[in-house]
Design a protein around this ligand. Structure first.
Ligand code: M6R
Length: 603
């Protein structure tokens, strides 16, 4: 979380920094700020809340200078106030930071004893104070940064500017991603390609522990041991530069609507001429006897769905865990394990740490949307989900594309292990390739879902139920709803309700049931009856046959028929649309919900 950018330019840099921060706002929007050096004079402007407030501040109080750094914040240490906003300054040093300095309390106490007192509640200010203390001891800016970095514990991507230095910017990374570029007499630093795409067409990604000294015409990268190193430069993909809502009111609406197209694209990448196509070095499941799947949030629910598929199709045990637990649990990784990490951004700190735990212990597959991301770079095999850039904080098209790629992976496992006949495999591949068209049909029930959402928006609590592979979808439906509408929502396995949660049910609690007609449909109906008997207001999302057998539900939503195994991909659409329209009815900020950020690069 938090986005950082830095430019040593030929022209006034404030507009460039603000434009880049706009592209980074998906990383946090609690506050924003920039600092520049103008004729050797370091100064800064900061504002609480979204970037527009910083833009307003700059109109009232412009900040000249051709060298600058900028930051958009997702608060970790200290409330989102102006004083806690980046860039942080201590004497001649300004710094922007993405990450967490874990030993900042110790450092702060030490600095205070040396009369370098802190003015903010942040961990970041400690970095500026440390650098200031080394400068005052006679160090050059490079030496001061090198000494500062040695004292820091935790994760960081940093960009420094110095009073008196118009042509100097220093960048550093440990744990959080950072890219740099030198292009036609200008130098750039940014959290990702998205920030820098309009300014340059190539990037160098700093590696773990690297730091770099940039001027307009030179760059020197050092590794974690302060040894000069070379790092490759890579072209920026055209995709990184494209950010348009295409006439939609929200990014989330655009991304929901794009699903038939992007899913089709993803499936065509892996299924060609009615056959599975995987990278040459993709894992051989015949040699695997256990799969571990690790992710966070929506990506975790995608893994949870895939567990049902892989176990059923390939007769292979699958363990699914959230990354924040897995990374510290130190689970055994016996021979024959395959680890699969799923992440839209490819930058989620917990997922990356979990991957690093598995590194060297077993083969690692990454299912990611951002192909140049840290998780993709650290994996043995990368399976891109090809969803295109996802900007809305609530993940939608990435979820369905993750499911599509995991479905293909499950079929690959089945093929390698010989658990399906040729006819069964053909039938599954055929059904999967028809899913994008079914999703297009499902999008046609948006008006009905909008009406249901209007009623849902009155509720204080909402429950979601599903059985089998629809259970993780109930979890995903609840997550989607709560993150953008702020209504309390929980997902449960239908059969689990009577073991406690049914105590919550009364006539004020809507219960949304995802139940395509499948062998377990009758059991889900019994659970629904138990809810209705207690006054619960059931919203049944099912197909023609499922709905025809049911009466007395509060609302229904009719979905196209779909092969039961792959139904979670299709039923993600009503889950997303219900959340979206409930949020609209409540008037919340759909694309940038409170307290959240798109890319979670801190623990
Ligand atoms: O980028 P990742 O897929 O690793 O992100 C994981 C979660 O942070 C993410 O899915 C989050 O739960 C979404 N906001 C849910 O809509």
């Amino acid at each position: 979380m938090c986005g950082i950018v830095g430019v040593l330019g030929k022209h006034e840099v404030s507009p460039l920094l603000v434009e880049a921060l706009k592209r980074l706002e998906y990383r946090g929007y609690d506050s924003a700020g920039i600092a520049t050096v103008d004729d050797g004079h370091l100064d800064r402007r900061r504002a609480v809340g979204k970037l527009i407030n910083l833009s307003d501040t700059l109109v009232r109080d412009p900040l000249p200078g051709k060298s600058g750094i900028g930051h958009t914040r997702w608060a970790t240490h200290g409330a989102p106030t102006e004083v806690n906003a980046h860039p942080h300054r201590a004497g001649p040093v300004a710094v922007v930071h993405n990450g967490i300095i874990e030993n900042f309390e110790t450092l702060r106490a030490e600095l205070k004893a040396q009369n370098f007192g802190a003015e903010t509640d942040t961990d970041t200010e400690t970095i500026a104070l440390l650098a200031q203390s080394y400068l005052e001891d006679g160090a050059t800016p490079d030496e001061a940064v090198a000494q500062t970095l040695q004292r820091l514990e935790g994760a960081f991507a940093l960009a420094f500017l110095f009073d008196g230095y118009d042509d100097l910017m220093i960048a550093a990374r440990r744990g959080s991603p950072l890219a740099i570029s030198l292009d036609d007499g200008e130098a750039y630093v940014g959290s990702d390609a998205i920030a820098l795409a309009p300014m340059t067409d190539h990037l160098t990604y700093l590696e773990e522990g690297d730091w770099a000294v940039l001027t307009r015409n030179s760059v020197q990268i050092y590794d974690a041991h302060n040894q000069p190193v070379e790092r490759p430069s890579e072209p920026i993909t055209p995709e990184a530069g494209r950010v348009e809502k295409g006439g939609h009111r929200h990014w989330m609406a655009k991304e929901i609507a794009e699903q038939p197209a992007v899913l089709d694209q993803a499936l065509q990448h892996y299924i060609r001429d009615a056959d599975l196509v995987m990278p040459n070095d993709a894992v051989d499941f015949a040699k695997v006897n256990r799969v571990v799947m690790v992710a966070c949030g929506t990506a975790y629910y995608a893994c949870h769905v895939a567990k049902y598929w892989i176990e059923r199709l390939a007769n292979l045990p699958v363990e699914v865990d959230v990354a924040s637990e897995f990374r510290y649990r130190e689970p055994p990784i016996p021979e024959g394990t395959l680890a699969v990490f799923v992440s839209q951004s490819g930058e989620t700190a917990d997922t990356l740490a979990a991957l690093n735990y598995c590194k060297g212990k077993c083969p690692i597959v990454a299912v990611v949307n951002v192909e140049g991301s840290s998780i993709a770079r650290a994996a043995d095999v990368v399976l891109p989900i090809l969803a295109g850039r996802e900007i809305g904080v609530a993940s939608t098209k990435a979820f369905t594309c993750q499911l599509a790629v995991l479905a293909v992976l499950a079929l690959k496992a089945a093929r390698d292990r010989g658990t399906l006949t040729g006819e069964q495999m053909d039938a599954h591949l055929d059904t999967l390739t028809r899913i994008p068209a079914l999703i297009a049909q499902a999008l046609n029930i948006e008006d009905e879902l909008r009406d249901i959402a209007r009623d849902l928006s009155e509720a204080r609590d909402i429950l979601f139920l599903g059985r089998g592979a629809m259970y993780p979808l109930a979890l995903e439906g609840a997550l989607k709803l709560k993150e953008i509408s702020y209504i309390h929502a929980e997902g449960y396995a239908s059969g689990e309700l009577k073991h406690g949660p049914i105590a919550l049910v009364d006539d004020s609690v809507p219960v949304i049931v995802f139940a395509p007609t499948d062998p377990l449909f009758g059991k889900t109906v019994s659970n629904m009856q138990e809810v209705m008997a207690r006054g619960g207001k059931v919203v049944l999302v099912s197909d023609t046959q499922g709905l025809s057998s049911q009466r007395a539900t509060w609302h229904t939503a009719q979905m196209p028929d779909v092969a039961e195994l792959w139904a979670p991909i299709l039923y993600a659409v009503p889950a997303q649309l219900l959340a979206y329209h409930t949020a609209i009815a409540k008037g919340t900020d759909v694309d940038q919900p409170r307290n959240l950020a798109k890319s979670v690069t801190v623990e």
